[in-house]
Write a protein that binds this ligand. Structure first.
Ligand SMILES: CC(=O)SCCNC(=O)CCNC(=O)[C@H](O)C(C)(C)COP(=O)(O)OP(=O)(O)OC[C@H]1O[C@@H](n2cnc3c(N)ncnc32)[C@H](O)[C@@H]1OP(=O)(O)O
Ligand SMILES: O=C([O-])CC(=O)C(=O)O
Length: 449
């Protein structure tokens, strides 16, 4: 318990923190600061090269951003082609995607089989690890648990700081293989400790894919249907990579450039992805939907819904941050190809599960937010990958606690790929500049203050 007098001290410190950390907003223009590492025309400042993936949402003509339909490529192959490829063969695609992102080529049948076997053999945690580091130390937040569990794994690695590529590839594969196990057990520990539910620990199965293992380990009865595993697998594929400049990949580049170990780098990326403007938006979307349902009597009525969305944007309601989660993107303008694919999946599942009214709420949020941005800011905005993903998960009976951890389980593939690329190709430590705009102050002796 914090004492009354310490509360007073704390409140005073908070006031100092607020008073003394505000930079005059006009300085940003004066010194031509690339806020958010963006150029004046909204494009990202070019800070690196990559062959892992690329994201297209506009073209530049006469220094102006001209909106285009979104396209996403993994190692030069368009995402829709990858999806069509494994769906036509009626097989899972996430492991093939990890292979492609990490090793830069599509695996042949034997290479893919061998890779699946290797990942399968790496999925279980070291003996006693779950008991000591997860079940005894639960967290209400599975992303928080994931982040520190990665750091605990450092302590059990005999050679954690070796950043030779031989060692990094091995460490990366262990982490990629173990993320499903960690998030499933982290979820079990959460519901057992905080929600008074029974505890079930199912060992990972070597013969199961990543998606199958997640469903098997996170469910009490360990049962799932082929359709459920296929939809989850598709979602993992679509969340796996998004270029070098997205916040968590860039965070990986930044910390990897200092020469730090794999566990520190990946824990950093998890911390970045958790943010509500990045991967954490999927859980925010869910909360926003619940809030809308509570506060908009007839949420099927577009006028009523639009009025409430405007109140969200004006910071009057919901979390008062002024954001409509699941909408907008740093690169996509007209469309995010993943959101379009997920939307179609969501529509199919909603018809099947009698949830069309809820699907229409998501669709109306998309349409009306676009309308509001055009009317108020003359700005094109589109749904991003986080808008429909949570809805799809809810129809697969995947708990909310796992929404962002599932994103991390997919995205770790590209964090590892970007880290390897950074270490092999760009040896310079990332160190941009901050201009100091404070006055010169004299040190005053304690007795004179
Ligand atoms: C996996 C992912 O990370 S996908 C993104 C997930 N995040 C979300 O869904 C959160 C909601 N969306 C957002 O916050 C933003 O759209 C971001 C962070 C994704 C991108 O932001 P930016 O790169 O700044 O986008 P952009 O340059 O197009 O934004 C222009 C303006 O529109 C605002 N804007 C963009 N999207 C939204 C939104 N969904 N709600 C409210 N305002 C928004 C921005 O805050 C910015 O305002 P400003 O000019 O007053 O600073
Ligand atoms: O690219 C970005 O800025 C955000 C991101 O990671 C994604 O959309 O998957």
């Amino acid at each position: 318990m914090i004492s009354e007098s310490n509360i007073k001290t704390l409140n005073k410190l908070i006031e100092h923190a607020k008073e003394n950390n505000k930079i005059n907003p006009t300085y940003y223009d004066l010194y031509d600061i690339k806020r958010g590492l963006r150029n004046n025309n909204g494009t990202g400042v070019l800070v690196g090269l990559t062959e892992v993936g690329s994201v297209h949402g506009y073209v530049i003509e006469d220094d102006k951003k001209i909106p285009r339909e979104g396209k996403l490529f993994y190692r030069g192959i368009e995402i829709n082609e990858i999806v069509n490829g494994f769906q036509e063969d009626k097989r899972y695609g996430f492991e093939e995607t990890i292979y492609l992102l990490l090793f830069g080529k599509l695996p042949n049948k034997k290479e893919l089989d061998d890779f699946n076997k290797l990942l399968g053999s790496m999925r279980n945690l070291p003996s006693g690890f779950n008991e000591n580091f997860i079940l005894k130390l639960p967290s209400k937040d599975v992303m928080n648990l994931l982040q520190r569990t990665i750091l605990f794994l450092y302590s059990l690695d005999d050679n954690p700081d070796d950043i030779s590529i031989n060692n990094i590839v091995k460490q990366s594969l262990y982490l990629i293989a173990r993320f499903p196990t960690i998030i499933a057990y982290g979820y079990q520990a959460k519901v057992y400790n905080y929600d008074n539910k029974s505890l079930f620990i199912h060992p990972a199965r070597e013969d199961y894919s990543t998606a199958e293992n997640i469903l098997h380990m996170s469910r009490a009865d360990s049962k799932f249907t082929r359709i459920e595993a296929e939809v989850l697998d598709l979602s993992l594929v679509m969340h796996a990579e998004h270029g070098g400049g997205n916040n968590s990949a860039f965070a990986t580049h930044v910390v990897s450039s200092s020469g730090t170990d794999t566990y520190s780098a990946i824990a950093t990326a998890v911390g970045s992805l958790k943010g509500p403007k990045h991967g954490g938006a999927n859980i925010k979307v869910r909360n926003m939907i619940d809030n809308i349902k509570e506060n908009v009597k007839n949420y099927s009525n577009k006028e009523e819904l639009k009025k409430y969305l405007k109140q969200i944007l004006n910071k009057e309601v919901f979390d008062k941050q002024g954001l409509i989660y699941g909408m907008g993107h740093a690169i996509y303008t007209i469309s995010d190809p993943r959101a379009m694919l997920l939307k179609e999946k969501a529509r199919e599942l909603a018809i099947d599960k009698n949830a069309v009214k809820e699907f229409e709420l998501y669709e109306n949020i998309e349409l009306l937010t676009k309308e509001i941005f055009l009317e108020q800011k003359n700005k094109l905005i589109c749904a991003n990958v986080d808008l429909y993903s949570g809805f799809v998960y809810s129809m697969l009976n995947i708990p909310q606690e796992l929404y962002t951890p599932l994103f991390a389980t997919a995205r770790i593939a590209s964090w590892c790929a970007h880290r390897i690329e950074q270490i092999l190709s760009d040896k310079k430590i990332i160190r941009p500049a901050y201009k100091n705009v404070s006055s010169i102050n004299k040190y005053v002796k304690l007795k004179d203050r």
